[in-house]
Design a protein. Structure first.
Lengths: 247, 80
């Protein structure tokens, strides 16, 4: 609870029931942010994240909803803002899905699902977040991209396209709103030990200069920095957290 | 929403525009947004304020037509 102090707003972390999102939610709560723990299907996981945050002395609430549903962003913001009575001043677009397939075999559905959740949902959530952030002259948006946006990984052309789109979206929005005191940055995690990478071939690990997988906590630490007051001059940046994979 | 007067809207618009930087004394009905250094992002924020407070939805194409402070006030009053 090093930096814990009363915050003027709340933090929304999408896809926070497990993995990287859960670690980010815990880290922001430890800094004093009341956190909305969004989940789509893993209710038990989300409730466990909230329970742990509360037992550590933080504040958090579960926020169900599939971010790919166009109606959900407004619902999440209204629910979180009414729960804590403050605007959402931190948004972490973390929710993501993968539907891997080699491009010749990739279906329209696999393409659309991945673009909808990883890219379009982040746009809608960002659009909604900027309303209150612009009025507050303050805000932090962190988009969780991926190293595959920077370095090809066969079988993930849809995921790579969505994450590369997310990086370009990040840079453009960052420039648009910079003078409102809002920063918008992207993280590009490499191989992180989560459910999402459990089924991926371990061969890829041999290409990681650090020769090991990263942890969700190592990604969360970077989000924690980008959200902090100290990072106020960092915007439009892409921070790789990949053990050197993209270097 | 027909109870909103021109003066009320003008006062609110001037207050909002002043929060974007220009000196309040320069924000007259005839002042252009260009003269006031009010850019497109400022107008987007003005549109949000107007929507929140008067329930008037101003779209991007509405805002593009606006040249002066008076244009904005007249448009908002006509829709309120």
């Amino acid at each position: 609870m090093a930096e814990a102090s009363a915050k003027p707003g709340a933090a929304l972390v999408t896809g926070a029931s497990r993995g990287i999102g859960a670690a980010i939610a815990r880290a922001l709560a430890a800094d004093g942010w009341p956190v909305g723990v969004n989940y789509r299907s893993d209710k038990d996981g989300a409730e466990a994240v909230v329970a742990q945050i509360e037992s550590d002395g933080g504040r958090a609430t579960v926020l169900p909803g599939d971010v790919a549903d166009p109606a959900v962003p407004d619902q999440l913001f209204e629910s979180l803002e009414s729960t804590y009575g403050v605007p959402v001043l931190v948004l972490v677009n973390n929710a993501g899905v993968a539907a891997d397939n080699l491009s010749p075999s990739l279906t329209d559905e696999e393409w659309a699902t991945v673009i909808d959740t990883n890219l379009t949902a982040a746009f809608r959530l960002t659009r909604r977040a900027l309303k209150s952030m612009m009025r507050a002259r303050s805000g932090r948006i962190v988009n969780i991209a991926s190293v595959v946006a920077l370095r090809a990984n066969p079988g993930q052309s849809n995921y790579a396209a969505a994450k590369a789109g997310l990086i370009s979206f990040t840079k453009t929005v960052a420039v648009e709103v910079a003078r409102r005191g809002i920063t918008v940055n992207a993280l590009a995690p490499g191989w992180i030990d989560t459910d999402m990478t459990a089924d991926v071939s371990k061969d890829l690990l041999a290409a990681v200069p650090a020769r090991r997988a990263g942890t969700p906590e190592e990604v969360a630490a970077c989000v924690r920095f980008l959200v902090s007051d100290q990072a106020g001059y960092v915007t439009g940046a892409v921070l790789t957290v990949d053990g050197g994979l993209a270097a | 929403m027909s109870t909103v007067t021109n003066e009320q809207v003008e006062t609110r618009v001037v207050e909002a525009l002043a929060s974007f930087g220009p000196d309040p004394s320069q924000i007259t009905r005839d002042a252009t947004f260009e003269e006031l250094d009010i850019d497109s992002l400022d107008l987007v924020e003005l549109a949000q304020i107007v929507e929140d407070e008067y329930g008037v939805v101003l779209k991007g194409e509405d805002m593009k037509e606006l040249k002066t402070v008076g244009d904005a006030v007249d448009l908002i009053v006509s829709r309120a």
